[in-house]
Design a protein around this ligand. Structure first.
Ligand code: MN
Length: 473
């Protein structure tokens, strides 16, 4: 069972704009006023300022400003969700467990409808689409919430797919074999297009909810409602039967064309390698609606924002998976060095010998992306990679505590796999329950924790120690 932490009663931020205002009020929003090029320069600056939100007010060839990095630290994401950082995974798991239905609002009350463009659509002329990495194939939408509807249940699905502008009104889309793909393949078998909407600039809780690892049929916008602590206001699109967040900055409406494929990629992805060029699904755009003065939102691939948006929903899902096997699991972390996808750290309070290895097996079962699992005791701070390495160095023996699985499904974006086929390793770094307590007693200096380094000492300014001329010979 997950329970809402007391801090989660804090109000989550309501819209993209209220979040930008909150960032500015806290001094976490930088502004770049000089004119920047969409080709590399914007991404280069945003990447160097990773961990800060950055607003580009002057983008060459466009009047629309661009913002990056709005949820580029765990602290930002926690604030946006109205909870403490340590409660994020629990908070997200609770939202997935109890979704909150959306609230339809009138068209007149939907800021995303202030402007409606149906004719003469030219994606790269209308929208400031950056080119991010050296060998990227072109200009991309990286932060579009891609919404489709199941025609049978009328439930919607939300995911983020990378979208390359490949024509005035066309995107090439990478649609991995998950929920969008399931609906698209079914539509294609019927010879039909699948309607879609691509939402840019939704509130951060909705952005995070789009990454939820949920069973097919769960509407991520309802997870967003739970995460926000209030139903998400939605409005019906102009040209497709899709409901979108009413407060969004920009909505691109379109259809995934049946039986049509076009080259997409390469594109620099989260593992800091390129996803390859290949024939992908094609989205034909039928309308763009937006606020009167829209702000474009871009996620720089492989930057902290990209990694963390994947990490928190995965941690929530992993926590629930491990809990089924090891009820005393305390916390989990998808580490940054493991691209927030491949390396899981699981902290358990071991009660029965062998639970360290059961936790490893549960983590492997949770997601095919997980490649290496490290299990530690509660005294190890899993937010600190040095602590985790210390546990590996001093509590692990390769012949006794290692779990190796060969020939399993892994991530195709991990270049060391054989097209996704690879090995899994688990490191059980828990101390044996029957171990001599003193042998594993962590050294401690009494009083150390009470010392305040900022007040106990100051830079020395007294007379020199050496005699005049000392050190000359
Ligand atoms: Mn889904």
């Amino acid at each position: 069972m997950t329970t809402l932490a007391p801090s989660s009663t804090k109000r989550a931020t309501r819209t993209f704009r209220t979040w930008l205002d909150a960032l500015q009020a806290d001094g976490r929003l930088d502004v770049v006023e000089r004119t920047v090029d969409l080709r590399f320069e914007l991404a280069a600056i945003a990447k160097r300022l990773d961990g800060r939100a950055v607003l580009f007010t002057s983008v060459a060839g466009h009047t629309m400003p661009v913002v990056c990095g709005i949820v580029s630290t765990r602290a930002m994401i926690a604030d946006a969700c109205g909870c403490a950082e340590r409660d994020l995974a629990h908070r997200f798991a609770a939202a997935v467990a109890e979704p909150v239905a959306v609230t339809p609002v009138a068209r007149a009350d939907a800021p995303c409808k202030e402007r409606v463009v149906l004719d003469g659509i030219d994606l790269t002329a209308m929208l400031p689409l950056p080119v991010h990495h050296e060998h990227d194939a072109g200009q991309y939408v990286t932060a579009g919430l891609f919404i489709v509807r199941d025609p049978v249940t009328r439930k919607q699905n939300v995911c983020i797919h990378r979208l390359q502008a490949i024509g005035p009104n066309r995107f090439g889309a990478l649609i991995l074999p998950r929920h969008t793909h399931h609906l698209q393949a079914a539509a294609e078998r019927r010879g039909e297009a699948l309607e879609c909407a691509i939402v840019i600039g939704a509130d951060p809780a909705t952005l995070l909810a789009s990454q939820a690892s949920t069973p097919f049929g769960v509407d991520e916008l309802e997870v967003a409602g739970a995460l926000r602590g209030a139903p998400l206001p939605v409005v019906r699109c102009e040209t497709v039967d899709i409901d979108v967040p009413a407060d969004a900055e920009i909505v691109i409406e379109g259809r995934i064309l049946p039986g049509v494929r076009a080259p997409e990629g390469p594109f620099g992805e989260f593992p800091k390698y390129y996803g390859p060029r290949s024939d992908k699904e094609v989205v034909e755009v039928s309308a763009i609606t937006h606020r009167a003065d829209p702000i474009f939102y871009d996620i720089v691939p492989a930057a902290m924002e990209h990694l963390l948006l994947g990490a928190i929903p995965r941690e929530a899902s992993l926590l629930e998976s491990v809990r089924q096997t090891v009820p005393t699991v305390r916390d989990v972390r998808m580490s940054v060095g493991g691209t927030c996808r491949y390396h899981a750290v699981v902290q358990i309070e071991k009660r029965v010998e062998g639970q360290g290895k059961n936790a490893i097996l549960a983590a492997f079962a949770n997601s095919f992306d997980i490649k290496h699992v490290t299990v530690v005791d509660p005294d190890v701070d899993i937010s600190d990679p040095s602590e985790v390495e210390w546990a590996l160095a001093t509590r692990f023996q390769g012949d006794r505590d290692l779990v190796l699985v060969t020939g399993a499904q892994g991530s195709k974006l991990d270049p060391s796999t054989d097209d996704g086929l690879g090995a899994k390793l688990g490191f059980d770094c828990t101390v044996p329950l029957d171990a001599d307590a003193f042998r594993y007693l962590r050294v401690r200096i009494p009083g150390e924790d009470e010392v305040d380094p900022t007040t106990v000492a100051r830079p020395r300014t007294g007379p020199p120690f050496a005699a005049p001329g000392e050190g000359a010979r």
